[in-house]
Design a protein around this ligand. Structure first.
Ligand code: PMP
Length: 370
């Protein structure tokens, strides 16, 4: 068996699990309980985790708001900032966790512009400049694409929007932990990221909010997280997320090993006749490759890859397999998009798994295209 679907989710690092365990049992306190040691202990753990999370992205701990994950962080950034009449710019290859809230905001009177991308998946800087107006309050452009790994020129884009008095949000879910991300160097005002993509537990993530940026809440209640996100803090998950961030910072050089395994896989698969790479070779995440197998039905291919966990990067709605909106936006025809698979590696990927994947995919493609 081989697990090459780390962009969907990663296994929780055993060191993270260990760190979390006491917070389910003996250290079970509510971080908001102010008048006893159970509460203080939980609050201390949350404070420490907030520092670990902030440290990974070069932020101040007070700029981190814990959420249930990147979907919520994206919703909070967009809905907490945009008001009727505001202009908002995003792009067609974003995750649905940006595109769907953008659509509902458009229905509420926010002026939403969804930019197209170049065939390599990158935004065109001039088109971006032209889209900006004096009403542009917020821009949201992802750091790295979940399907292709393509990295957007975030630093350039944020500089442009800042010279026009707007704010820059980035969905950095796939970038944080895999590649160095520093919010100050990149000029980011708000940033979403998620624990379960970086060897932490599921159901926890963060929104970075630059000091001085006013964001309204979408979940109201007891006033937790500076009133921006109410609800009793999930202490074990927060502790795990913090540890996961610390480990990613310590082990950032693991990207080299992951990249060399990815390159081995990619080169072997691209040597099969009729295959091509979707997206760019340069400027992408070290752990992912997205490959089109011309003439081979992606769904059948997936079904014949017994024991190999990869993904088609397309959403199945009832009986219909929709081609990936990301590949579509890159100008890849539906049929080729449906013949494409995403392979995403991680910290625990072994050379044996790569060899297994090469053998499985090669055999399946040969059989299906015969
Ligand atoms: N944005 C991107 C780019 C993602 O890849 C994902 C996860 N597929 C999300 C947002 C959603 O993250 P979460 O599962 O933490 O809600």
């Amino acid at each position: 068996r081989a697990y090459l679907d780390n962009n969907a989710t990663t296994p929780t690092d055993p060191r993270v699990v260990n760190e979390m365990l006491p917070y389910f049992s003996e250290k079970f306190g509510n971080a908001s309980s102010r008048n006893h040691a159970y509460g203080w202990e939980a609050k201390e753990a949350v404070d420490h985790a907030r520092e670990q999370v902030a440290e990974l992205i070069g932020a101040n701990p007070s700029e981190i708001i814990f959420t249930s994950g990147a979907t919520e962080s994206n919703n909070l950034a967009l809905k907490g900032l945009l008001n009727k009449g505001d202009h908002f710019i995003t792009c067609a290859t974003e995750h649905k966790a940006i595109l769907d809230p953008a659509e509902s905001l458009a229905a509420q009177g926010i002026d939403v512009k969804v930019l197209s991308v170049q065939p390599a998946g990158l935004l065109e800087i001039n088109a971006f400049k032209n889209a900006i107006s004096e009403h542009t309050r917020l821009v949201s452009i992802m750091m790295a694409n979940n399907e292709t790994g393509c990295i957007q020129p975030v630093k350039e884009l944020s500089a442009i929007i800042h010279s026009n008095q707007g704010l820059f949000h980035s969905d950095a879910t796939q970038a944080v932990g895999k590649t160095p991300v520093d919010v100050n160097e990149l000029g980011i005002d708000l940033m979403s990221f998620s624990s379960h993509k970086m060897y932490g537990p599921k159901g926890i993530g963060a929104l970075y909010i630059r000091k001085g940026t006013k964001v309204g809440s979408i979940i109201e209640g007891g006033g937790h997280e500076r009133g921006i996100r109410s609800g009793t803090l999930n202490v074990p998950a927060i502790v795990g997320f913090g540890k996961a961030c610390e480990l990613c910072k310590q082990e950032m050089q693991e990207a080299e090993k992951i990249k060399s395994l990815r390159d081995k896989l990619e080169q072997s698969l691209l040597s099969i006749e009729g295959t091509q790479l979707n997206g760019v070779i340069e400027n992408r995440l070290p752990n992912v490759t997205n490959i089109a197998f011309t003439g081979v039905d992606g769904e059948r291919l997936l079904l014949s890859l017994n024991g190999l966990a990869v993904s088609q990067g397309s959403a199945c709605t009832s009986a219909v397999v929709e081609p990936s909106h990301v590949l579509k936006a890159m100008g890849i025809p539906d049929q080729l998009a449906n013949s494409s698979l995403r392979f995403s590696l991680g910290r625990f990927t072994t050379e044996d798994e790569i060899d297994f994947a090469i053998q499985k995919v090669t055999a399946a493609v040969n059989k299906l295209s015969a």
